[in-house]
Design a protein around this ligand. Structure first.
Ligand SMILES: [Zn+2]
Length: 321
């Protein structure tokens, strides 16, 4: 991301779904997008355009009760005024411009957009690597709350004293609200990009290494099994993300919670103790990839983790390295 032609594309989707998980599985498209709304902002975050389209459903021809209650759209309206998804998305991407930075409230929309595009055999938004985007819900929390909480859009609008002059849960109005919130985030925080992992890194060259203000993040390539992942040198490496040296492990990898995540601590002579946290995630096609974060900690926290490792059960049948 970066460059001069940056457009922030704040978008929001509304979708419909099948009656049952079984129906969703049969169709191969659990959530069918029925509306796209978006606001385009320039590099100074001034609004330069709006986009709104209804989509004529091709998969589900009955409104799910949740959808109808939530988004106030009727099937009649969609069938009458909607256009076909591939046409709408082609137009949308064209409208986004050359170097779009997608921004959404939360983490779901970009994944659903890509799933729907895949369903229609459209060209993917990204090849072999996760798509960077700005999660405005996360940025809002970093800017105005504790950085960890995830609030609803309605809450955020109210908290910021933004006039709720449009209905919620329609794509364009939610995009407008999200854009107004984005405008209030300090530019410094915009470096906290997120990655949509609908497409995971296909090989080592596409792995993600990124350093933020207070931590670093690594997203590994995809492995067939968890064991293969846990045996990978790069995944299990403990480097200092400031000087890039492999540094001595002070607390070996362990899991305090049966593999929900793994922890380790290493010590850099120049920069101090680094805590590593490794989570294993599943890909959509049954593979595995790792998300590893590294963060500097003080000596007291290091001692806590050392104790935690001693009291954590050792994984059976695995040699700790
Ligand atoms: Zn260092």
């Amino acid at each position: 991301m970066g460059g001069t032609a940056v457009n922030y594309i704040v978008f929001d989707l509304e979708w419909n779904q099948g009656e049952s998980p079984k129906e969703q599985e049969l169709t191969g498209l659990p959530f069918e997008i029925v509306e796209i709304g978006a606001v385009r902002l320039d590099v100074e975050r001034r609004v330069t355009g709006q986009f709104t389209r209804l989509i004529r459903p091709q998969v589900y021809h009955k409104m799910h009760r949740y959808t109808e209650e939530l988004i106030h759209l009727s099937m009649e309206e969609l069938e009458r005024d909607g256009e076909l998804f591939p046409d709408v998305v082609t137009e949308f991407l064209d409208w986004c411009g050359e170097d779009p930075v997608f921004c959404t409230w939360g983490t779901l929309d970009l994944t659903e957009l890509q799933r729907n595009m895949e369903y229609y055999g459209m060209e993917p938004l990204t090849e072999g690597r996760p798509l960077p985007f700005l999660d405005v819900q996360k940025l809002f929390s970093l800017a105005f709350e504790d950085g960890k909480s995830r609030r609803s859009l309605t809450h955020a609008i109210e908290q910021q004293g933004i006039e709720a002059d449009q209905p919620f849960h329609r794509a364009l109005s939610d995009a407008v609200y999200t854009a107004r919130l984005l405008q209030r985030i300090s530019p410094r925080l915009l470096r906290n990009i997120s990655f949509d992992a609908h497409v995971t890194p296909q090989d080592a060259a596409h792995e993600v290494h990124i350093v933020f203000d207070t931590y670093a993040k690594f997203i590994s390539r995809t492995f067939e099994t968890r064991d293969e992942l846990l045996g990978d040198q790069e995944v299990m490496s403990t480097k200092c993300y400031l000087c890039h040296h492999n540094i001595r492990r002070k607390v070996k990898w362990f899991t305090p919670n049966n593999g929900r995540y793994y922890l380790a601590v290493a010590n850099c002579d120049r920069h101090g103790f680094v805590k590593y946290k490794l989570r294993i995630r599943s890909t959509e096609d049954g593979g595995f990839y790792a998300v590893k974060t590294a963060k500097f900690i003080d000596e007291a926290f290091y001692e806590d983790l050392r104790r935690l490792r001693r009291t954590s059960p050792r994984p059976r049948g695995r040699k700790n390295s």
